[in-house]
Design a protein around this ligand. Sequence first.
Ligand code: MEV
Length: 443
Amino acid sequence: MKNEQKTISGFSKLSKRGKIKWIVQNFYKEPDKVMSELMSYWHSNEEQQKILDNFSENTISNFPMPFGVAPNFIIDDKPYCVPMVIEESSVVAAASAAAKFWMSRGGFKTEIISTKKLGQVSFVWKGDKAKLKYHFPEIKKVLIEECFSITRNMIKRGGGIMDIDLVDFTETEPHLYQLKATFETCDSMGANFINTCLEQFSTSLLKFFNASEHFTEEERKLEIIMSILSNYTPECLVRAWVECPIAELGKFPNGLSAEDFARKFHMAIRVAEIDPYRATTHNKGIFNGIDSVVIATGNDFRAIEACGHTYASRSGTYSSLSHCSIENGQFKFWLDLPLAVGTVGGLTSLHPIAKRSLELLEHPSAEELMRIIATTGLAQNFSALRSLVTTGIQQGHMKMHLQNILAQLKATKDEEVAAIEHFANEIVSFSAVKDYILGLRTT
Ligand code: MEV
């Protein structure tokens, strides 16, 4: 295939059918088959498809992901059935198992530590630093006043601009300063609100300097570099935890006592607190739970991930997001996580399934959703560590793997029962299962 056939100008102007046609003809060996396969994932309802298409650009089809639920979560004494969108097997099962485990041990508890969000305007200014600092209270007042038409509604809902600080970066980069603004955005994630305010700050800042008699001709030349929210929101923080007397943890596989389980669990957390290699995998497991609820509720999982990993590095070394203590016979396991999420606006009210997820959670506020998401991350982490320090994770994974292979081989119910018994103590691989099933079929 010639390279020029693989590039095109005006692609975005083609109809959806036209786009698929061009793609299948130039990139696939069986164009007709691929075209009908891609089109088979179009929504049967044209209106619904239009909604999905409007979320992005150059859409040619939909990419389905499993939408599951984890029941039996008791969070702050309230029962929840948590919606989860994830393509990895065992994650929903692990969340459900942890929910059930803690249901009879007091459930999960949470606390909202703070809910502030941040935005920055970076600018270059070559004037007298002391003068800038001296006049900053006046500048701040102007910035807030001139933003009022944007903040009016948010203020009515209890939010708005909380503060604006001047950050001096000139020791590291000559003439570089920043406005660092804190916002309260109530039940919305607030990205649009914050960015609109920041762009207004830039306009107001330029206007102020242009017109101000405090500054010399030279000092009136201020250059805005950029205005954008920060996805690092360490002051939009939630804590989720579980605790119970060690004796109430119960019994574990391979005859492991509750005391030994607690001790090994605690040490597994210490490994993740000390070693970034383990911390990355440990936190990945936490984000298995976090992301799946974030996606199911129409929130931005890239923002949540970026923020969580920065938070995990706040000491200077990447470390565990969860922690454990064993004191006076009490086992406590907790997670602190910054989570800037919304339950109104954006995808939360446009995506048909995200709407259903929020309905399943009985229309939570943003704070309540923070509690639910953090809890799901903690539950996920509990199940992963419970497996790791007892049986290892492969036992559970292999069960799922075996089920998938049996489905691929179109095994009958009897073959399935026989295979599960046979592979209870055998290594599962596609060829081993295939040989076993073919063996059954020829006897
Ligand atoms: C797999 O997706 C997640 C785990 O690796 C997490 C962990 O090791 O803690 C099981």
